[in-house]
Design a protein around this ligand. Structure first.
Ligand code: NAD
Ligand code: WQD
Length: 345
């Protein structure tokens, strides 16, 4: 019988791509989202790609009663992938309580309901933000690298959520969890039927690049060229969202079907760092579009360089990031072109 997976935040950027991969891997998917940062039309995209329209419930996961009704309505849920969260780092500094309440209360509600409704496993979306700036000798960063204090309320919520899951399982709760620490997810499905829909002026590099290429933004500013890196710009580990989505399918199979440790942690990235300048140059080469860009001052709070050692995920999950960077950047550009075609932006 098909296993049923509850995907929280499933109409969002990573959740929608993961729903597609889950359906294609033979799972039944139930999506819950309050649509605070995504659109209901995403379900059409998922349906066009897979031929299956996942069940959808518009629920705010901070509302425990509403969340419990969901488990009553779908009594066959085997596992949860918990994406739903507020994720804008800058906004979290302005509105810390919104972030603490949304990201922490939603998780606690799910954890409390899991044993009652016999849900065995939860995959949690964590972030490389929990590592802060690793010491140079700790790059690429491994899962057991010492953590530094996160630099924003958003980052703190990821740390706290990881700790909550650990403490709950440690107390003997009859559930298992896999914590996935993503590096920088980018790109869009090759069909351009789903992708990232940033709200307002993008903070993240790739949407800023594609919007500049489209003429929505006048000029991209590369934040700082005086870092201690080969070309002076920051380095990140950019992971294709579809590759990332596939890591969730592998993690879900492991958490539900294998006799494993009750809690495990995996870095999900490419294992390779690219500088901001390399991203700009690769984008121009891959798409043939000339970008209007300049160097500007450093952005406050930016990490100089980080990329992940993903050997553990490669070996244990049997998963590897596969898509070359130029294909990934082309997918992001194709998505932006589709948004224009559809009159979205
Ligand atoms: P997203 O904003 O596109 O998706 C999150 C979804 O959750 C949205 O559709 C939003 O409407 C929904 N949501 C938020 N609060 C909710 C609530 N209380 N109840 C129900 N739904 C709610 O974000 P994303 O980029 O897809 O990120 C998914 C997860 O991955 C998040 O937990 C995020 O913190 C984590 N993450 C993201 C990145 C990144 O750069 N995108 C990196 C590391 C970790
Ligand atoms: C990437 C690089 C910028 C925009 C954030 C969160 C982190 C994680 C992913 C969730 C940096 C540079 C960017 C621009 C630029 N999310 N840049 N000009 O900062 O690695 O991480 O998203 O957990 O928590 O902090 O991603 O895409 O903002 O920036 O030069 O207009 O691009 O300085 O070096 P970041 P990003």
């Amino acid at each position: 019988m098909k296993q049923t997976i509850l995907v929280t935040g499933g109409t969002g950027f990573i959740g929608s791509h993961t729903s597609v991969e889950l359906i294609e891997a033979g799972y039944k998917v139930v999506i819950v989202d309050d649509l605070s940062n995504s659109k209901i039309e995403v379900l059409d995209g998922i349906e066009k790609i897979t031929g299956v329209r996942p069940a959808f419930e518009k629920i705010d996961l901070r509302d425990k009663n509403a969340t419990e009704q969901l488990f009553k309505k779908y009594p066959d849920i085997d596992g949860i992938i918990h994406f739903a969260a507020s994720k804008a780092v800058g906004e979290s500094v302005q509105k810390p309580l919104l972030y603490y309440r949304n990201n922490i209360v939603s998780l606690i509600n799910l954890l409390e309901l899991m044993p009652k409704y016999d849900v065995k496993g939860i995959i949690f979306s964590s972030s490389c933000t929990v590592y802060g700036q690793p010491k140079p000798e700790n790059l690429p960063v491994t899962e057991d690298a010492p953590h530094q204090k996160a630099t924003s309320p958003y980052g703190n919520t990821k740390e706290i959520n990881e700790q909550i899951i650990y403490d709950y399982i440690h107390s003997g709760a009859p559930i298992k969890s896999i914590i996935l620490r993503y590096f920088n997810p980018i790109g869009a499905h090759s069909s351009a039927l789903i992708g990232e829909l940033p709200n307002g002026v993008p903070n993240n590099l790739i949407p800023y690049v594609t919007q500049t290429a489209m003429g929505i933004r006048k000029q991209l500013t590369i934040f700082g060229n005086d870092y201690n890196t080969p070309d002076g710009t920051c380095i990140r580990d950019y992971i294709y969202v579809v590759d990332l989505a596939k890591a969730h399918v592998a993690a879900m199979a492991r958490v539900l079907d294998k006799d494993t440790e009750p809690i495990e942690y995996f870095n999900i990235g490419t294992g390779k760092g690219n500088s901001t300048l390399e991203i700009v140059e690769t984008f121009e080469k891959a798409t043939g579009v000339k970008l209007n860009w300049k160097y500007g001052p450093r952005r406050e709070g930016d990490i100089e360089k980080i990329w992940g050692d993903c050997t553990k995920a490669n070996k244990v999950l049997g998963w590897k990031a596969e898509t070359p960077l130029d294909d990934v950047l082309r997918s992001a550009w194709k998505w932006q072109q589709k948004l224009r075609e559809d009159g979205v932006m």
